[in-house]
Write a protein that binds this ligand. Structure first.
Ligand SMILES: [Mn+2]
Length: 417
């Protein structure tokens, strides 16, 4: 063990923190890694552009074009991050046989066999997402909330197919699958009817939920969003809609994406509020920048605050954590790696915070001391604990992981012309 870590460990022990225990605990907490950072949310089931109020910007070379390339890239990321990875797939990542095409309302577990094999070989679970965007059957920007019954029917069938696939993932891997429902349904300008689309959205999700499934194996979540590109004025799946839907439907969890709120709202404050009412909740961890909701996650203040809330609410086993962002302007392997490592850092930092002591100061109204101590703890030698965590995960404890990425870019990514 390094001398530097030994010294850091003593410093933390003095404030009641067992850094060895924190490291051990974090090793077993799954965090879902989103496959869509690797190919700019394109997938393998269509040739069209990305739609649905989301947009990738940038044209950095080397994006994955095939399942084999995407899997190789995910392996590279997994070799550079500490902690327990779970794989997060979108339905548009179905893998067809050569010449085969199956539309989204008809996809089956067999179209994800190769992903299951990939997950099993790596001993990881899989989360899933129906893909309600980038498809010709998105009619006038609407899917499940469309006024057109045939359009709604197609997307309801897609949702049901995805529940069957999610259950297949859970059964095959032995790990429950979180299936997240998000649509980009909305309007660019001021609508004349807000309740109509929301009632149709509600009824459509209720139709999807008629697909029988084991609630212990499949966790259905509903994700809200305040606006998107081209849907600035209204979204069917607003925050109040998603929260209320989850609250009133057994087995449905709310999912908060911290890029999906007004810029001054913080999800760190919403986490404990929801934990008062829901046995389990889910998160999409991202970084919003002005109007964009999908920048690479960094080890910044709000990211740390979100992790702190999960840890100090004792809710590590009640919060399903998934990354959700995409940057096409930088090396995608690096974008994935930085984001995953940042969230790991935030969780480790939260586990190394004397939360009970700080709560005590708050409850005793010692607010001066609370501020002083919170500032003091910010400069504890956290870097040494992080380095030890990396070593215990068999990961290099310095920035040499980036040399690996440069090498991979030169040898693999640059050849994808
Ligand atoms: Mn999201």
């Amino acid at each position: 063990m390094s001398t530097m870590y030994e010294l850091a460990k003593k410093k933390y022990a003095a404030i009641g923190i067992d850094t060895d225990a924190a490291i051990e605990q974090l090793k077993s907490i799954p965090v879902s890694l989103h496959c869509w950072q690797g190919d700019d949310v394109i997938g393998f089931d269509h040739d069209g552009p990305l739609t649905g109020g989301i947009q990738t910007t940038g044209n950095y070379p080397g994006k994955a074009r095939t399942p084999a390339e995407l899997m190789a890239d995910i392996d590279k990321v997994m070799s550079l991050v500490p902690g327990k990875v779970k794989l997060n797939l979108h339905a548009c990542y179905a893998i067809f046989e050569p010449g085969e095409f199956v539309d989204r309302d008809k996809i089956e577990p067999k179209h994800f066999e190769k992903w299951v094999k990939f997950a099993k070989e790596r001993n990881i679970g899989i989360d899933f997402n129906p893909t309600f965007f980038s498809h010709p059957k998105v009619k006038n920007g609407l899917t499940l909330s469309s006024p057109d019954a045939e359009t709604r029917k197609f997307w309801i069938e897609h949702g049901k197919a995805c529940i069957r696939i999610s259950e297949y993932f859970a059964k095959e891997t032995g790990i429950p699958c979180v299936m997240n429902i998000w649509t980009g349904d909305g309007f660019k300008d001021i609508p004349a009817d807000r309740m109509g689309p929301r009632m149709r959205y509600k009824e459509s999700i209720e139709e999807i939920l008629k697909q029988p499934f084991d609630k212990n194996l499949v966790k259905i979540t509903v994700e809200s969003k305040v606006f998107g590109i081209g849907v600035e004025s209204f979204t069917s799946g607003s925050a109040e809609f998603a929260l209320s839907f989850a609250a009133s439907h057994d087995g449905v969890l709310p999912l908060m994406d911290n890029g999906h709120y007004h810029p001054t709202e913080v999800v760190s404050d919403k986490i404990p509020a929801l934990l008062c009412f829901y046995p389990e909740i889910a998160l999409h961890i991202t970084r919003g920048v002005r109007w964009d909701s999908d920048h690479v996650v960094l080890f910044d203040d709000e990211t740390k605050e979100m992790a702190k809330e999960i840890v100090r609410c004792n809710a590590l086993d009640r919060v399903f954590m998934a990354l959700d962002y995409f940057d096409a302007s930088i090396n995608r392997i690096s974008a994935w790696t930085v984001g995953f490592r940042s969230w790991q850092k935030a969780l480790l930092s939260a586990l190394c915070t004397p939360n009970e002591y700080l709560k005590g100061l708050q409850d005793n109204a010692e607010f001066t001391k609370l501020m002083v101590m919170q500032e003091e703890f910010k400069t504890l030698p956290f870097g040494e604990v992080w380095a030890e965590y990396l070593r215990r995960n068999g990961i290099a404890d310095d920035a040499s992981w980036f040399e690996e990425i440069e090498k991979y870019e030169k040898e693999v990514l640059s050849k994808r012309a």
